[in-house]
Every structure is written in structure tokens, then in C-alpha cells.
Design a protein around this ligand. Sequence first.
Ligand SMILES: Cc1ncc(C[n+]2csc(CCOP(=O)(O)OP(=O)(O)O)c2C)c(N)n1
Ligand SMILES: [Mg+2]
Length: 892
Amino acid sequence: MDNEISTQPHGMEDVEIQEWLESLDSVLESSGPEVAAEILERLREHATVNGIDLPFTANTPYANTIPPRLEPLFPGDQQLERRIKSLIRWNALAMVVRANRVEHNIGGHISTYASAAALYEVGFNHFFRARTEEFEGDTVYFQGHASPGIYARAFLEGRISAQQMENFRRELKPGGGLSSYPHPWLMPDFWEFPTVSMGLSPLMAIYQARFNRYLEDRGMKPVTDAKVWAFLGDGETDEPESLGAITLASREKLGNLIFVINCNLQRLDGPVRGNGQIIQELESVFRGARWNVIKVLWGSEWDPIFERDTEGLLVQRMGEMVDGEYQKLVVSSGAYVREHFFGSDPRLLQLVEPLPDEALRRLRLGGHDPRKVYAAYKAAVEHKGSPTVILARTIKGYGLGEAGEGKNVTHQQKKLNEDELREFRSRFGIPLNDEDCIEVPFYRPPEDSVEIQYLRARREALGGYVPKRSIRAKPLVADHDELFKEFLEGSDGREVSTTMAFVGMLRKMLKDAEIGKLVVPIVPDEARTFGMESLFRTAGIYSSVGQKYEPVDVNTLLYYKEAKDGQILEEGITEAGSMASFIAAGSAYATHGINTIPFFIYYSMFGFQRIADFIWAAADMRTRGFLLGGTSGRTTLSGEGLQHQDGNSQILALPVPNIKAYDPAFAYEIAVIIQDGIRRMYKDGENIFYYITVMNEPYAMPPIPGNVKEGILRGMYRFRASANGKAKLRAQLFGSGAILNEVLRAQEILETKYGVAADVWSVTSYKELYNDGNETERWNRLHPGEKARVPYVTKCLADAPGVLVAASDYLKTLPNMISKWMPRRLASLGTDGFGRSEGRAALRDFFEVDSRFITLAALHELLVDGKIERSVLDKAIKDLGINTDKPNPVIS
Ligand SMILES: Cc1ncc(C[n+]2csc(CCOP(=O)(O)OP(=O)(O)O)c2C)c(N)n1
Ligand SMILES: [Mg+2]
């Protein structure tokens, strides 16, 4: 992209240019901007036809998009709003400074909010509508590092106490504190969206706005003009997720979406684009993606100067400067600005001649001028047919003066010295004397003050307070026994995969009277991989424009049906976008009061491994629903090789505290888990969500063997006991997912060939067992005087004799995690290492998790225990055809 605006056409007289400009002005005056635009477009066409090579630029000049004459009247009391904003600035600063006085290095940010105060205050006073009984409300994603300002406003609103303010970043203090950033997990009545891992919120906001449309198009919520606002940092836009879905927003014509990018030209270490112009760069990217772009660069003080500049020199000069230079101007004196900015051309100097240096220094930027910000917001909410991005120029650390305004260190500034505090106090007119002010007390004017009265009245007019999170959906009531019954009965010998079984359940859920409408199937271009294409026709693929074409496969039964009321979110190849849809759907119980139940099925290797941070955000946000890792299992997915074969995700699910992770082997296990999950999340309102791995290996699904539901849910149950209870040699074998079948084969080999009677356990969730074991240990430690509790694993194995062997399609550490609660030593088999392009049998041999290696492991354990002779093992190795010199899969 080229930031430079071509300024000197060769050989063209200035007067000639002037004439052209004047005629355009007169058209603009007499016929309006549309006609003027039409003429320009025609001129462009005419020029192209005549061989004039017009270079492409998606940029407009470095000026405000909305000219002063089109600015609406500011409807508020500007003086009063400034006073309120100043109080918020003070309290936001105070909470960080105070916190760091008490505990050095507790952190917090002053300069982000300082730069964004006007952007937020105009929103709070005039735009952000609260969620009410009658109206769904606007949805606002606050920039995470601006949280002190949002808290400080809530403090003035009387929603946050002085004690909570005092305990900013000290959440464990008696009486509670405030979380550093927006975390619904930690402050579930306040924050709605976790935004602080930068880049996630812009993408989540896009899919939220899209999901709102989905709900409307499916008749699940009324059509409203509610907006989704997302406040971002300019540095944040370098995260690939930030801009990664902007074309979806324009393609879907999301006029309900507004990005506000706080362009203070700085990030943490220094300038975002010292050698370029981040605003122009973003403008061209967003305009190229067909967004409505509104630049708010210059404050009202600049308007008369622009007016005097009939030659357009000022705009030219502004377009020439790189951000590094602009940043320097911020920290410089008026004389410096005169010399280095206006001094480049005597005609520019003349423009500002009447202004004293001090006035030059105080020429505000657009993002600090509520009138300009108001004009931009109003234009944005009135704009239809495409999303809007507002690029607002501000100063990082605005108002901090010597303490950091515009400086490279400002992001990290957490302390101010006495002089700096006094200066800040004076600049913003905080009614504290010199002595009191250095204590940095929180300041809230009395309830009956004009400030508080005004602030309350504005919020009342907008429906209440923001942000505020509440659960508005009513719990489900049905038990769904009927729905899941058939899946408990087995497949009658028919070979099906657990994926197919799941898709069968999904199909049935979609038809259910209570949850049918609520189910949101989400898939990133893998539906055929999972055998879901039959749902295309029955449930339809959501498309906001329906289907404008006759699909190529229209004559087939399972054609690709797109429909405005389609239920499936076929997101294309974007796991991140699909996850954002999952989050929007899985949190709709709070955002919209609708219990949508998302089922996001994807290639398991591209889940936790690729988009774990979104999953973490979903967890923070108390998202509900089901993630399904398809084609999972390092040796179960054959052929695909290293990048695809997933032996990791069950491990990667461990750190997410509220995710239930299951690796079921049979259809009935999945049915039990999903039915119980729906109950726990949507009837009992638990803040959990599910990760279930499903495989593509077909085998006969057995019927549920008696009373094992509790075991399935708690993580393990005895699937098949040995018939030979009297045998001397005993073993307990643990298997999960598709590897359970290998374990069952090993059970047979051990019994028939080696006289070892083995029981087989299906371990549906090592994570559940691990959590249970730890929880039990902890309780015992904290309650030494009481009867010790017993971990579930220990209870299960109390009467289970013999050696212990576990095999899974994931890392060996998974079974090892629970071995300490087992009565004896555990031998673990797993798939540590890189996958291979191979068939299942070869893969299971390579990773040493097939029935032969399970048999070998059991025999070896018996040998170690002195229960069998070495010769038995030697013979077994030969009989089983095991190559003892084979490469170690972990490191090969
Ligand atoms: C994914 C991620 N990486 C790094 C950080 C650490 N971090 C916090 S704020 C910040 C700079 C923010 O700059 P910008 O987006 O321009 O916001 P500003 O404070 O300037 O408004 C960084 C690097 C983070 N929060 N998230
Ligand atoms: Mg920034």
C-alpha cells in the first residue's frame, strides 16, 4: 500500500487544478454529494477508457471522513460530560496507582483508557443501549486493557464499591476485588466478553453479529437494530485473527457491526507503524474488504485551519508524515510543532500564524473530541448494508503529561510522582487540594450532584447499565430419555463408527420437540468427512441470502441446500471462525436469553492445537455446548500422517478447568454423555462444556451392558469381566475410544493363549478420574480428622486383582495421571510421537498399542511380579510377531 498522496501532477498549472476543484465544490453545493460522487466515478471511467492509468488506491486523504458541515449537533451537555469523563479518568488512574502502591508490580494500565476515554464516554452517554425486557440491547466488547475506565464509570454509577475499587487486581481480598481484565468467569454479573487476549474479540464480535442475524433469520429472536460494538487497539490489529474474518462481515452485510479502533499509534513497546501510517493502512484494508470506514483524525480546533487552507496543503502535509513523526509531535512544544509540522511550507505557516504556540500544542485529535466521535458513531449506527469501522486518532496516555503522554514507555506506566498527580488533577479539574491529591483517593461526587444525576439520567434513557451480564434463558424441562434410547441398544452387529453414531444422534436431536430448534450444528468444511451431508438437505445450510443458484447436485438426494432459515453453520475452512460461532451460540443463554446448543464438529487435530486460546476464552465466558473432535486418535485416523493424526487433544483439554473431556468407545457411551451434558448445562445451568472425541473406525456397537451410566460419566466402568474368575493369573486392562477394541482382543489372547483372566474397563474420561482423585486427596488433606474419602479409581479397582495395563490413542501420560490411585503399578501404552501415513494396523504396531503389545505388556507385568517364567514372555514375543528392534515411535 502506498501512503503517499500524489501531489504534483506534471506540468499542470495550479490555477487549472483550482478551477477543477471549484467546479466540484459548486456541484457539491448545488446538487449534493451523490451527484458529485457520480461525476467523479464517470470521470474515472472516462479516464480509463482514454488510456489514463489511474493507480489503485483504497485510501482517502489523511482527513476526517465526515466534514464539519455534515456534523450533527451534539445532543449532550458537553461541559458536564467532560466533567464526568474527567472524574472517570481520575478514578481509573487512581485504582492503578493505588493498587501498585500497596503491592508493587501488581500491574494495571493507565494509558490505554486515558487515550480511549472520549470513545467510551460518548458511547456510554449516547449509544450503548442496555439489555431490557423489551429490547435485546447492544453488545459491547470492551478493550481489555481499558478495564480501569470501565470500572471507574461503574463506580460513579454506584455499581462498584470503593472497596472493590481499592481491591483492583486483588480479587482474593476479603470483600472481593476486581479482575484485571474482562473475565465473565470471575465477574459473572458484570463482564460479558473476555477480550484481553488480543485479536480474539474482533473475530468473536464479527461472528456474534452474524449469529444475531442467524437467530433473526431463523425466527428465534425479533429483528432489531441492536448493534455489536467492538473496541480494539491499533496494535491489536496485527494479530491475524483481528482482520482474518473482516470479509465475512462485509459479505454478510453486517450493518449491525461497528468496530472502533483506538488509533493512538502505539502499542506496548513503541509505535505500531513508526515508518508508516497505521490509520491509512487499516483504512485501505477495511475499504478493500468493503467496510464503511469513518476516519476521525482531527478535533474541532482544526476545522477553521482546514477552512483557511483552500489549496489542500494541510491534508497533503498530513498524508506525508509517518506515525513516528506524529508521535514526536505529541510530546513536543507548540514551537516545535510550528517549526517541524507547519514549517515545511511557508503557506502552511501562514495558516497558523494567528495561533500562539500553546494553541498549537493543544490542537486536539479527533478521538478526543466528543463532537467528532459523536458524529462518527451516529453515522455508524445509521449506516446500513455493511459493517463500519471507526478509525479514531488519539494519544496514548492522554493527559498524563510528563508521566507518559505519547511516550514509548506509557503503556507500562503504573505510578505517578506527586507533581505529575497534581498536574493531572489540575488538568482535569478534580476537586482535590494539593495534599489530598497525592494520596490519589477515589472521588465520587455526591449522589445529588449534577454529574451523578446526569450520568444516571443518560443511562436510564438508554435502558440501564452496561456492561452487565445476566442469565436470561429459562432452563429446559424435558429429560430426553426417549430421544437417546435407541442409541443405548447397540447396532445389531452393524459396523458403524462413533462419528456415524453421533451424527445419528444429531439428526434425531434436530427433530426433537424441545431442543430441535435450539441445536446449532457448526462445521468447518468437513461435513462430508463426518458423514453429515444428509443434514444439508434436512436441516439446511444457513445463508443470509438463501440460495441464488441451482446447486450442481440438485438432482441428488443430499444436495447442497442453502437456505435463509438453514440451521447448519457451514463456516468454511475456519476453525477459529467456527469456534467464534460456537461461543456466540453457546453463550446465547446469557446474551439473548436463548438456550441454543452448539455442536461444533471438526478435525480434532485442528481444534485444541490450533484454536486453544478461543477455547480458553469460551471457558472464561461460561460457554455451553459440545465440541466434537472428529477423526481423532493417532492410530485410528489412517493414512493422513503427522499433521492430522491426533494423539494430543485429550491432553490439551486438561488445562481448561470447566471442560469435560471424554474419549468414548461406543454409541451408548456418547448418548449417555450428551444426554447428561444437556441436562447439566441447560437444565441445571452448570457452566461447563464438553469435548468428545469421535472416531471414523467402523465396528459393531454393543448395547449398554447394564447399569453403567454413572461409570461412563465418572470416567470408567468395567465393560467386560473375565468369565474365568478362578484363574491364577489375573489382569485388569484399560482401554478408551477405538483402542478399546484392541484391549478386548488382548483380553481374548491372554485368556486363550496364556491362561490370564483379564477384565476390561472402558475409560471414558481420564480427565474426570484425574480431577476426582485430586479432589479426594485435597479433601482428605484439609480434613484430617474425618473419615478419609476414597478416589473413584481406587473404589473401582478395590476388588480387581492382577496386573494393570492401560492403552489409549493419546499420550501415555493420560493413563499415568491416575495411576497413583490404583492399587498397583500401571503399565501405560500410548501414542507419543509423530504420526505416520499408514493404515490402522501398521500404525498400531508402530505405536505399540495394538492387541499384541497390550498382551505383551500384561505378560511383562506378570513376569516382573514373578508370576510367570521368562520363557513365556520370550515365546509370546515370537508368537505375537513383535519386532524387538523396531524404532522407538516417540523419537522417530
Ligand atoms: C495475544 C496477546 N498478546 C500480547 C498481549 C500483551 N499486551 C497487552 S496490551 C499490549 C499492547 C496493546 O497495544 P494496542 O492494541 O495498540 O492497544 P492500546 O493500549 O495502545 O490501546 C500487549 C502487547 C495480550 N494481551 N494479548
Ligand atoms: Mg495502540
